[in-house]
Design a protein around this ligand. Structure first.
Ligand SMILES: Nc1ncnc2c1ncn2[C@@H]1O[C@H](COP(=O)(O)OP(=O)(O)OP(=O)(O)O)[C@@H](O)[C@H]1O
Length: 260
């Protein structure tokens, strides 16, 4: 078990955002955190790397109590890609190199530069190396943030809607690369997502939040029209396209009207 969460509770001021949150994740797994806007997905991710301090519960990370670890120890174990990426007057190369900081003792080494180079290549970002991040498009910036988390070589990746600004091709490529890295390096990834079809395609486990609690968790079998309607209040149709399970919003009558 690389990460386990028990009885986690988080409050903003006096308002309970998350309660009774318990789940675990193993090496080589991707977990999708799902649920409506404002339910607490980002808050949960931030509790898993000590950006936020929960009121109760425990988080164990690679055999350590998360709350006993210092910032740099956490940065060696957890890579975090926020929903809104901060910019500044840095080139993409320097911004990504910052991800090596938790591993650098005195100075940047040849190995650090090689790792950064290989991630630029892996994400097909070589052309962006010397571009300034404060002049980048939302999608380019999102790729820089993902690249920075990868050069950290963490054991757990926390990705907050990692493809929200990416075009279709980049979405498929980036999620495919994350899948490959998780499997090859035996790390784990937790991603918040809105697209259930992407979740079905790339995640192994699914956690649906509702009312600040886990409403359902498990493998793909828990993604049913009933669970989705309970969580989002929206009827859906689940079918298959080319052997892949797909979720389509709306009920069959609505779909029929649009197809006529
Ligand atoms: N800094 C803050 N202070 C007070 N309340 C906050 C703060 N940040 C978030 N919240 C509230 O906490 C709740 C959970 O927010 P969170 O960002 O975790 O939701 P989310 O599920 O990630 O939403 P989305 O899908 O829209 O990104 C929301 O009601 C939000 O308004």
């Amino acid at each position: 078990m690389i990460l386990s969460v028990e009885e986690l509770e988080f409050l903003y001021r006096n308002r309970t955002i998350l309660h009774e949150i318990a789940f675990s994740i193993e090496e080589g797994e991707i977990v999708a955190i799902l649920g409506p806007n404002g339910v607490g997905k980002t808050t949960l991710l931030k509790c898993l790397n000590k950006i936020l301090r929960p009121k109760g519960g425990t988080v164990h990370l690679d055999g350590n109590n998360l709350f006993d670890l210092g910032t740099m120890e956490i940065a060696r174990l957890v890579g975090y890609v926020p929903q809104r990426v901060e910019t500044g007057r840095l080139t993409a190369f320097d911004a990504v190199l910052l991800g090596r900081r938790p591993h650098i003792k005195w100075d940047v080494t040849e190995k650090d530069l090689q790792i950064v180079d290989s991630v630029f290549k892996l994400l097909s970002m070589e052309k962006l190396r010397l571009s300034y991040i404060d002049e980048m498009s939302g999608g380019e910036l999102q790729k820089v943030a993902i690249a920075r988390s990868l050069v950290q070589e963490p054991k757990v990746l926390l990705l907050d809607e990692p493809t929200s600004s990416l075009d279709m091709k980049n979405q498929v490529e980036i999620l495919g690369i994350i899948r490959q890295i998780v499997l090859e390096h035996r790390i784990a990834a937790i991603m918040t997502m809105h697209d259930l079809n992407q979740a079905l395609r790339y995640a192994d486990k699914f956690i649906f939040l509702k009312g600040g609690k886990i409403h359902a968790q498990g493998g793909a079998e828990i993604i049913t029209p009933q669970v989705i309607e309970e969580v989002y209040g929206l009827p859906v149709i689940i079918g298959e396209i080319a052997g892949m399970r797909c979720v389509v919003p709306g009920n069959p009558e609505v779909a029929l009207v649009h197809n006529v």
